[in-house]
Design a protein. Structure first.
Lengths: 180, 285
């Protein structure tokens, strides 16, 4: 009888353990968990005022753009850029990935977050320019060997345009840091 | 004697562990070749990582390392790395070349006449390699209406963008909107169309058991013909009650036949414009 009770207790404990593992696993695979943190400040934006919905989706889509860019560069997969990049930004990154494949040199980003400052929103609402104060770890790898590693704060000027259901990064340029 | 020899040996050993160094210029211009000096002896591996380019070359240390203009066509931050036993890295910025191209966004493509600030034009200033020109540039916006002399205004770009708001002309027709910088220009055409109807005038007659009503040619307040398809609503009140009929303008006028009983009063409206009232004797009650 005692052995039987112990078996049941063991089976219950095992079931609880499996359920906990599943729950832990499920919470670990949500898409947003790996998104970089992006904060948007649109206080000085003009000439058009930003709409509430746009103020929500621009930082969200910019975070997705950075996540897909980091994945595309690390895995040498230019097709990942299709989701959140267009125009010059996509062309430049695709070219970078082609060179990475050829040289076996890769760039790996560790994204510590972005502070976006909206600079210009066109009167018709079809283009927005932002300044991004990005905090990044950057590794340059030749094959599997890290040949250079740095922690940097970089300033990007970003041009985004609205697509069918999201905002796309159309131009992304690093500029020398300017002091306010 | 052993002291100085040991010191020299340490120096030699330490020297072997020193990484060769490279010295890029403080700034470079997109598409312009340059050289950077290097220290050390023997061979090394040189890496150049930019916004759209990765290169890896074998180089001789101690001399100049040439960077071709085609390797730095994209403005931004570049990392130069030189590896022997160890690697040393340095960064430099490449700036855009002279302004060479414009992108122009103009909205809307059709606009009612005499509409204040209804047209917006946004110009993006690029160099020949599609780098945004961040230094302030003077962009001239010119409006060329079809039947009037052109009007120009200059705006200074900020972070590569210059923009302007424009009021549509009083007369309908195409207007060319041009942005220019130096010898570079871009043009878009905006169709200026008649605004809402103004001062509707109707006339009519009664025939048998119906009334025939039509408008005079429908124009906006600037005298432009309102486009065909614009709806005019005719409302008739007779002894049987009120009847409303919506009629699109065809060839400049809207016309309708409405069955009527006895005396009929007819009005017309289009948008915010209303016309005169018309009293007609309809058919027998």
């Amino acid at each position: 009888m005692r052995t039987h009770l112990l078996q049941i207790a063991g089976q219950v404990a095992l079931a609880v353990f499996i359920v906990m593992l599943i729950l832990a696993g499920a919470s670990g695979v949500t898409a947003d968990d790996s998104l970089p943190k992006v904060l948007l400040n649109a206080d000085n934006l003009g000439p058009r005022s930003i709409e509430d919905r746009t103020a929500e989706v621009v930082p969200r889509d910019y975070a997705f753009a950075w996540r897909t860019m980091a994945q595309a560069l690390e895995q040498n997969r230019a097709e990942l850029l299709d989701g959140y990049f267009a125009g010059l930004a996509k062309d430049n990154l695709s070219h970078l990935i082609a060179d990475q494949k050829q040289s076996n040199v890769r760039v790996r980003y560790l994204d510590h977050g972005h502070k976006l400052e909206a600079l210009f929103y066109s009167p018709a609402g079809d283009a927005m320019q932002l300044r991004d104060h990005a905090s990044l770890g950057i590794d340059v790898m030749d094959g599997d060997k890290v040949i250079h590693s740095e922690q940097v704060n970089l300033q990007y000027i970003v041009l985004m345009t609205p697509g069918a259901d999201r905002w796309l990064v159309r131009d992304l340029e690093i500029v020398p840091e300017t002091k306010p | 004697m052993r002291g100085p020899i040991s010191f020299l040996m340490l120096l030699v050993l330490a020297g072997g562990a020193w990484a060769a160094e490279i010295h890029p210029p403080s700034q470079a211009t997109a598409g312009v070749s340059f050289s950077m000096s290097s220290s050390g002896t023997g061979q090394g591996t040189f890496y150049l990582i930019g916004p759209a380019h990765v290169a890896k070359h074998q180089v001789s240390l101690g001399g100049n390392i040439d960077v071709d203009g085609t390797e730095i066509e994209h403005a931004g931050r570049y990392t130069a790395i030189l590896c022997t036993d160890q690697c040393s890295a340095t960064t430099f910025y490449v700036h855009a070349a002279e302004p060479d191209r414009l992108s122009l966004l103009v909205h809307p493509s059709r606009v009612p006449v005499s509409n204040p600030n209804a047209i917006s034009a946004v110009a993006f200033v690029w160099d020949a390699f599609h780098n945004l020109e961040f230094s302030p540039q003077t962009v001239k916006f010119t409006v060329n209406p079809s039947e009037h002399s052109s009007i120009s205004q200059a705006r200074t770009s900020s972070n590569g963008i210059a923009w302007i708001r424009l009021t549509s002309a009083a007369k309908g027709g195409p207007a060319k909107i041009e942005a220019s910088i130096g010898k570079t220009s871009e043009t878009r055409v905006v169709q200026q169309v008649a605004s809402d109807a103004c001062n509707l005038r109707i006339k009519g007659s009664s025939v048998s058991h119906k009334v025939l009503v039509e408008t005079d040619p429908v124009r906006d307040c600037s005298g432009n013909f309102v486009p065909d398809g614009t709806v005019v609503s005719f409302t008739m009140t007779d002894s049987t009650g009120k009847t409303t009929v919506d009629v699109p303008i065809k060839r400049g006028v809207a016309k309708v036949e409405i069955p009527a009983t006895g005396h009929a009063r007819i009005t017309a409206a289009s948008g915010v414009a209303t016309g005169n009232e018309l009293d007609l004797a309809g058919g027998a009650e």
